[in-house]
Design a protein around this ligand. Structure first.
Ligand code: ADP
Ligand code: TRP
Length: 326
């Protein structure tokens, strides 16, 4: 039996990963699982993704991609129970049970629902119910900490409320209250046009791009409209190039280089291509090697499924007893 506090988190198989995702979120997340302080359960939130992705081929491809990507950047499947949400039926089963103790007005206060409503979007029942499935994801494993981005904080609060409500209604202590772990905001990584790098703006540098693709993206970085910040050296610095450069090389090393190549944007971009390529090449090589290894992803997920099922079924046995169906 593992005595370490449990860490639970889900990653949606959104794919098309870019260096903004990596430096902003993925890297921190992997570092946390490596600390050795926790017993981590990480899963691909495919049933959550179903709310926005309804294409079977795309689902299969992106699920595989996200598993390969996390392994390539350093998540070690030996230290982590890595599984697919859809492989563990307890998630949807518990979600239903939570639905029966949660009111509509309570869920109508969720930010994600309110945002969608404000935009007059047609909201599926699945989107409305998203926080209940997420509460089940977390509470099944007695999670002590749940690392997420700041936008997910309310969902963790909902999971805590739901655990308390279940325990109160059924006079039990089946569920443990999880703590959020909000990953520190890393400075926003700018895209090639200077706006926030985002797949929806078409301004990304893909995380696993080949050297040629990297070169193409970097050469497209907008330099002429960069704001001239401050005075002296920084005034002539192509800011969009520099802000990406500092992610892969120390500012102390960059200062003399940017001084030497003052105003020579093409030369600075060539340096950035070199440095980015050197930094990303090992992860890319690992990604390329793993993506063609047909059995590996399946094997990792099969092992994860077994362990996640065992843990979650034990919890469901307590739940079924508490509610009187067993
Ligand atoms: P996108 O904006 O490309 O759709 P997502 O919304 O899927 O990216 O973001 C996934 C994670 O990556 C989030 O935790 C987010 O904070 C982080 N992230 C995305 N883009 C950036 C960026 N440009 N800089 C820093 N972090 C980012
Ligand atoms: N909602 C999370 C996101 O959009 C993904 C997620 C699903 C999750 N279930 C979870 C995160 C459970 C932490 C714990 O990023």
């Amino acid at each position: 039996m593992n005595e370490k506090p449990v860490l639970v988190s889900g990653v949606k198989p959104t794919g098309d990963l870019h260096i903004g995702n990596y430096f902003g979120a993925m890297r921190q997340f992997v570092d946390l699982t490596k600390e050795g302080k926790y017993h981590p359960f990480i899963f691909v939130a495919d049933y959550h993704a179903l709310n926005t992705m309804q294409d079977a081929e795309e689902m299969r491809r992106r699920t595989r991609e996200i598993v390969v990507a996390y392994i390539a950047i350093g998540l070690d499947p030996k230290d982590v129970v890595f599984f697919k949400q859809s492989d563990v039926p307890a998630h949807t089963e518990l979600c239903w049970i939570f639905d029966t103790i949660t009111t509509m007005p309570y869920l109508m206060r969720a930010h994600a629902f309110k945002d969608a409503e404000a935009k007059n979007k047609e909201i599926t029942v699945g989107t409305f119910n998203y926080p209940m499935l997420m509460a089940a994801d977390i509470l099944l494993y007695d999670a002590a900490i749940v690392p997420v981005g700041a936008d997910q904080k309310q969902h963790i609060e909902i999971a805590r409320d739901t655990a308390e409500k279940f325990n109160r209604v059924y006079k039990t202590d089946v569920f443990k209250l999880p703590e959020p772990y909000i990953m520190p905001e890393v400075a926003i990584v700018p895209g090639t046009d200077g706006q926030k790098m985002s797949k929806s703006y078409g301004n990304v540098i893909p995380l696993f791009a080949s050297r040629d693709e990297l070169a193409k993206c970097v050469m497209n970085i907008v330099t002429d409209s960069s704001p001239s910040t401050g005075s002296g050296q920084a005034a002539h610095r192509p800011e969009n190039v520099y802000q990406i450069h500092r992610l892969v090389r120390s500012e102390a090393e960059l200062a003399p280089l940017y001084e030497e190549h003052r105003g020579k944007y093409k030369a600075l971009k060539e340096l950035l291509i070199e440095d980015l390529d050197r930094y990303l090449a090992p992860m890319r090589a690992r990604y390329d090697e793993l993506k063609n290894d047909s059995g590996m992803v399946e094997e990792i997920l099969a092992r994860g499924k077994q362990e996640a099922r065992a843990v979650s079924e034990a919890k469901m046995a307590q739940v079924r007893k508490a509610i009187g169906v067993a």
